[in-house]
Design a protein around this ligand. Structure first.
Ligand SMILES: CC(C)(COP(=O)(O)OP(=O)(O)OC[C@H]1O[C@@H](n2cnc3c(N)ncnc32)[C@H](O)[C@@H]1OP(=O)(O)O)[C@@H](O)C(=O)NCCC(=O)NCCS
Length: 187
């Protein structure tokens, strides 16, 4: 069964395999900074500590200065880790302009199978549970896959703004999660 779960030590082996894929993937490597920063020996040695830190972000712990609390979920299919979605509980000015409420990625070996579309679909009821009434989701102009994912999940384009971090532009979409059924898993 495919579902969103909280980060869990049960997925240690599969998560570490996915981190290796992210580190080796050259196509979207600029979007994988957080995986590249992870140390494989440290994950092997203390996966429980890593998971605890991920869970703590929901309470505002273990986050860089200026970051708001965020809840991360993992998309899993049976015993396999497939991808990650982060839901920021509120918007800072930076998130309102560029980052949005929800960010996601799918491990390189599992792309183009519909998982990206599903991870956002499953995250929308979670956002609603966190009290987010309208969800802002952004993507780089030119990230065709992410744009399709957002549009297929009901995203309505507000505008496109320049992104000083990339020199390109960001597309800003709003989604009303109440338009979506409250499903937390599907098979
Ligand atoms: C973007 C990402 C999540 C897409 O995941 P995915 O599982 O491949 O997405 P899906 O299989 O649901 O595909 C969604 C749509 O995009 C299309 N698509 C997927 N990859 C594509 C690509 N590289 N180029 C063009 N279109 C692509 C699919 O064909 C599908 O279109 P369709 O609905 O018309 O068939 C994944 O590539 C990823 O993790 N990228 C790096 C991180 C990232 O960009 N995150 C988004 C930040 S806003």
């Amino acid at each position: 069964m495919m579902e969103l779960i909280e980060p869990s030590t049960e997925y240690k082996n599969s998560f570490i395999e996915a981190v290796k894929e992210y580190k080796e993937d050259t196509v979207d490597s600029f979007r994988h900074a957080k995986y590249r920063e992870l140390s494989l020996p440290e994950l092997e040695a203390d996966f429980g500590g890593f998971v605890a830190r991920e869970l703590g972000k929901s309470e505002g712990e273990n986050l860089p200065e200026g970051y708001v609390p965020q809840t991360d979920y993992w998309l899993v299919d049976g015993s396999e880790f497939i991808g990650r979605v982060s839901i920021r509980h509120s918007l800072t000015e930076h998130l309102r302009q560029l980052g949005g409420h929800i960010g996601y990625d799918i491990r390189p070996s599992k792309r183009r199978k519909g998982y990206g579309t599903k991870i956002l679909q499953l995250a929308l009821p979670k956002a609603r549970e966190l009290g987010i009434e309208r969800v802002l989701v952004t993507c780089d102009a030119g990230n065709a896959a992410s744009q399709k994912i957002i549009e297929k999940n009901g995203g309505v384009l507000e505008n496109q703004v320049s992104d000083p971090e990339t020199g390109g532009s960001k597309m800003r979409f709003w989604i009303d999660p109440s338009d979506h059924p409250n499903t937390s898993h599907f098979s």
